[in-house]
Design a protein around this ligand. Structure first.
Ligand code: CA
Length: 222
């Protein structure tokens, strides 16, 4: 559903947490270094960052500080092994949205992530209506003429991205970045496949998804 950047230098923990999140249908990228995390966070459309504080290069707090300084409002869940109230306060002062102490229970982490995503979606994205199609980004659901559309994770990702700017071109690269993590192999025609499936689900009453040849797609606002 949502794409998450996990910043964690402990390989076992990174593997465990990303497996848990993938089992819950999130797309997960892992960064081991703070500098890599910043580059990824500023360049890719993540919905949330789970951020370890103790990293091999720059500190997680520094990552957070630079991220916020660059204007990013992405929800950040800080993961820390340091049991210090001071750390927690520092993290929240620098714009963390929530804080978890290691070791943590994976299901609790998932619940916190869900809450953060719900909060940010609710703040950022009210309902989108395009003709008979109503999209609820906060709940990750879409209805057509009042009937809930059964959308797979990547079909939803395509629809959400296109519907965020009706009538505006969204490049194929942008859609690919939205629906795949960068360690997932992407077939050359993968975006076309998801768009085709989505079109079938929107027919006959939903808005049209137009192909702008060689460039990308847009959803017809009319
Ligand atoms: Ca660490």
């Amino acid at each position: 559903m949502a794409r998450i950047l996990l910043v964690e230098d402990d390989p076992a923990l990174a593997r465990g947490v990303s497996a848990m999140l993938r089992s819950k249908n999130y797309t997960v990228d892992v960064a081991e270094y703070g500098e890599d995390a910043l580059e990824a966070a500023l360049g890719e459309p993540y919905a949330l960052i789970a951020l370890d504080l103790g990293l091999p290069d720059i500190d997680g707090i520094e990552v957070l500080r630079r991220l916020r300084r660059s204007g990013s409002k992405i929800p950040v869940l800080v993961l820390s092994a340091r049991d210090a109230v001071e750390d927690r306060v520092t993290g929240l002062d620098h714009g963390a949205d929530d804080y978890m102490l290691k070791p943590f229970d994976p299901s609790e982490m998932e619940a916190r992530i869900r809450a953060l995503l719900r909060r940010s979606a609710g703040e950022a994205s009210p309902l989108v209506t395009i003709g008979d199609l109503v999209i609820d980004p906060a709940r990750a659901t879409a209805t057509l003429g009042g009937t809930v559309l059964a959308l797979r994770r990547r079909e939803w990702a395509v629809l959400e991205r296109l519907a965020a700017r009706p009538g505006k071109l969204v490049s194929k690269e942008r859609l690919a970045a939205e629906i795949f993590g960068y360690d997932e192999p992407v077939a050359p025609n993968a975006v076309e496949v998801y768009v085709a499936r989505l079109r079938r689900k929107l027919e006959p009453d939903g808005p049209e998804i137009r192909t702008v040849r060689g460039l990308g797609y847009l959803i017809d606002p009319a």
